[in-house]
Design a protein around this ligand. Structure first.
Ligand SMILES: Cc1cc2nc3c(=O)[nH]c(=O)nc-3n(C[C@H](O)[C@H](O)[C@H](O)COP(=O)(O)OP(=O)(O)OC[C@H]3O[C@@H](n4cnc5c(N)ncnc54)[C@H](O)[C@@H]3O)c2cc1C
Length: 395
């Protein structure tokens, strides 16, 4: 693939943020180059998110990337909160004016966007590692990257760091400009994929004194399940039978519900973290997605925040491209951070309400249960949860 030495927007990272941004820019007639450190197979198989908010669903459809999602995705109209041996359903459409979510794995969304980019978009380079961002202060930005053993320079008008939490873009902003806010939680998630049809049509968020558990799914034949575990847990300490036995205990409910077991095909441990960088822009450098913020996965917001950021940025760049006006670019950071902090709060609320902290007292547990009963009994409290879960329309 021939790569120009200059482009309008240099995008670092081919995760959901970078790929969707490239797609949106293409549709506005703005050229870009996407540089991705990993190879295509790695990017397409990395197991991560699975819940698309209404706004993400809408933007994928609008940009022509929603066809397979609409065919194979599983629309979900609610979730179950399970605690004290009982299940309580939260119905999204009736509490949110008709909004809902879709179960469609991040891997599939990434495959769709990669295929479209390679067929119709600008250059997308795999195994191209950005090593430096230069010329930001001089207003002449460029990205140095290594591809096939050689170093190259890509000059551009804008650099967008879509390179995730461990990327280089955030570090290119001087430390006296950036402010970071973060919280680490005293527990992690042990996540498994299992070749067994999901035991529920909808997600189940279970609070138990033994720890939190989540039943989710990827397809009608593949289940995704999570267990709260101590930080530093080695998945090797959790043989399959131990995982299923523990899930059985945490999902225990009055009545005849049964958790179906099947072959476990993957196991991984994810720490829980909240993190926000302010501002999300430094001159011609913009940060989007996990490069700028992280949420614990309990609220299913990370992928959706990444999509919301690049929708705001693509509109701002389109306006600049059409009219020369930079007002939306100037507003980018503030516009995104309003949504980011709402999602941070919701993810924190879901996490701290559903996970027993190892150090918590019986009093704290009673408060968690009181909050869960409130959501189950009060339409106003249920609506607050539902509206946050499905997300507000993208600005
Ligand atoms: C186990 C797990 C479960 C999750 N579950 C959910 C969920 O249910 N719902 C949800 O909304 N979110 C969830 N998330 C979060 C979600 O996956 C992320 O928020 C999302 O991937 C962010 O997309 P992104 O494009 O910003 O970053 P990433 O997906 O991290 O993509 C960044 C890309 O940049 C590339 N890169 C990094 N450095 C460089 C460099 N120097 N040069 C070139 N390329 C580089 C990386 O290889 C990567 O491909 C989960 C995350 C994990 C880990």
């Amino acid at each position: 693939m021939s790569v120009p030495a200059r482009t309008t927007v240099a995008i670092i990272g081919a995760g959901p943020a970078g790929l969707l941004l490239a797609r949106l820019l293409r549709r506005s007639g703005i050229d870009s180059v996407v540089l991705e450190h990993r190879d295509r197979a790695y990017v397409e198989q990395r197991q991560r998110a699975g819940i698309l908010e209404q706004g993400t669903i809408d933007v994928l459809r609008e940009c022509g990337a929603g066809e397979r999602m609409d065919r194979e995705g599983l629309p979900h109209n609610g979730v179950e909160l399970r605690f004290d041996g009982r299940g309580h359903r939260i119905d999204f459409p009736s509490l949110t004016g008709g909004r809902a979510v879709m179960v469609y794995a991040q891997t599939e969304m990434v495959k769709d966007l990669v295929a479209l980019q390679l067929a119709e978009g600008g250059p997308l380079l795999f195994e191209a590692r950005a090593v430096a961002i230069e010329g930001l202060e001089a207003g002449q930005p460029s990205v140095r990257y290594v591809h096939e053993g050689r170093e190259h320079t890509l000059a551009c008008d804008f650099v967008v760091g879509c390179d995730g939490f461990h990327g280089i873009a955030r570090a290119a902003v001087p430390s006296d400009v950036l402010r970071t806010f973060d919280r680490e939680y005293p527990y992690s998630w042990l996540g498994i994929m299992a070749d067994v049809p999901p035991s529920s049509d909808e997600l189940i968020y279970a609070h138990s004194e033994r720890g939190f558990a989540l039943l989710s799914m990827r397809t009608p034949t593949v289940s995704r399940l999570y267990l709260q575990v101590p930080n530093g847990t080695d998945p090797a300490d959790w043989p399959d039978e131990r995982i299923w036995d523990e899930l059985d205990l945490r999902f225990a409910v009055d009545g005849d519900w049964k958790l179906e077991r099947g072959p476990i095909t993957s196991k991984s441990v994810t720490p829980m973290r909240s993190f926000v960088t302010e501002p999300m822009r430094y001159g011609p450098l913009f940060l989007a997605g996990d490069a700028a913020h992280i949420v614990p996965p309990t609220g299913a917001k990370g992928l959706n925040l990444a999509a919301a950021d690049v929708v705001v940025l693509a509109r701002a760049l389109a306006r600049w491209h059409e009219t020369g006006a930079a007002d939306l670019l100037d507003a980018y950071s503030d516009t995104c951070l309003r949504r980011v902090w709402r999602a941070e709060h919701f993810s924190y609320f879901m996490t701290t309400t559903l996970h027993p902290d190892p150090a918590q007292s019986d009093f704290d547990t009673r408060l968690q249960l009181s909050q869960l009963h409130r959501v189950a009994d009060s339409e106003a409290a249920a609506a607050e949860l539902a509206q946050n879960y499905v997300g507000s329309p993208f600005e």
